[in-house]
Design a protein around this ligand. Sequence first.
Ligand SMILES: C[S@@+](CC[C@H](N)C(=O)[O-])C[C@H]1O[C@@H](n2cnc3c(N)ncnc32)[C@H](O)[C@@H]1O
Length: 248
Amino acid sequence: MQILVIGIGAGDPEQLTLQAVAALNRADVFFVLDKGDVKQELVDLRTEILQRHATGYQVVVGRDPERDRSSTAYVEAVDDWRRRRADVCAELIAANLGADQVGAFLVWGDPSLYDSTLAILDDILARGELSFEIEVIPGISSVSTLAARHRVPLNQVGRPVQITTGRRLAKEWPDGVDDVVVMLDAHTAFTAHLDQDATIYWGAYLGTPDELLIAGPVREVAAEIEKVRAEARERKGWIMDTYLLRRS
Ligand SMILES: C[S@@+](CC[C@H](N)C(=O)[O-])C[C@H]1O[C@@H](n2cnc3c(N)ncnc32)[C@H](O)[C@@H]1O
């Protein structure tokens, strides 16, 4: 058994790499966890990618378990969610993938960034009931797309850059870095840092027809981003945004 973990880019079907297209063709069974949420466009994008590039395949859908969002113990809640997702995936793989077959998970952006697919597969292997090889096909992440759209590098010359979450940025600006990329921000955490002399490069729905981009001194554009973000979220029912905060 082999499982391919295929990065599919952050929203534009043209971001699929030639390697990803070849991998899509190799897979016999695609495993999908149905989140049952309102992001129908994301489901449609996956369907379009499969229809355009995969051949002779089967799609198997499992129900994504709910995450306990009420818990204050964030890491424990995510760990628990991952274990329950591993239960669902292990069942799907055992019931649907033959010994000589190739299975695949499509991963938004790149599998290396804030995605639990690899951890879930490792968890399944560690249980010892199933055995398979894993191959990862890198994808274009929302972070690469953000930098490209704003035509900026992520780091300043010879300097580090840190990728973090909105939850962490809301608490403090990380030590030792002037360039911070923020993902998974549900609450515009940049507004906690209007005292900083920083520039923000913000992007939402990157790579899609609804893409939104705003850049400028964070003090000056924060209110505009909050307004545009709230309106877009209201209109579409969901939002995915990423930004770079840069102190010079
Ligand atoms: C669960 S993480 C997955 C990241 C993904 N593996 C990647 O490489 O981009 C989801 C977060 O990625 C960012 N993101 C993903 N796609 C995006 C897009 N098209 N536009 C803006 N941000 C995006 C957002 O910060 C979102 O909260």
